[in-house]
Design a protein. Sequence first.
Length: 139
Amino acid sequence: MNTSELLSGRRVLVIDDDVNFGEEAVCALARAGAAARYHRGPFGSLHAIREMRSDVVLLDVNMPRMDGAQIVRAIRTADGIRDVRVLLCSNMDLRVLERLAATLKAHGAVPKAAFEDGTATLAIARVIELHGDPERARK
């Protein structure tokens, strides 16, 4: 399957405190066929994930007052969303980001620069491919 087929109609929630990045990421994901939405900030993230019925969450690591690690932990203990696929996203070094993702049992890591070079949608599509169909996992 190609990237567009894997992302077609998938609900991807971008959680980031940077509005410019959030909107750019949503546009890139929408061009790849995803039903993407942006949620600003860390607060209200669990509600936004539930409301969207997200298949994948693209989560900024460095946000004020509540970082991505805290949100991942909250997702993993929350009823109805603990199985959502989470990818960490940051400007930090990719190796550091990948180690953090592994430690938190996130499904992967995507550097913010991947949205500039076009590889982010491929990384998100791979998560769907590697971890199965999110709709089937919910049933």
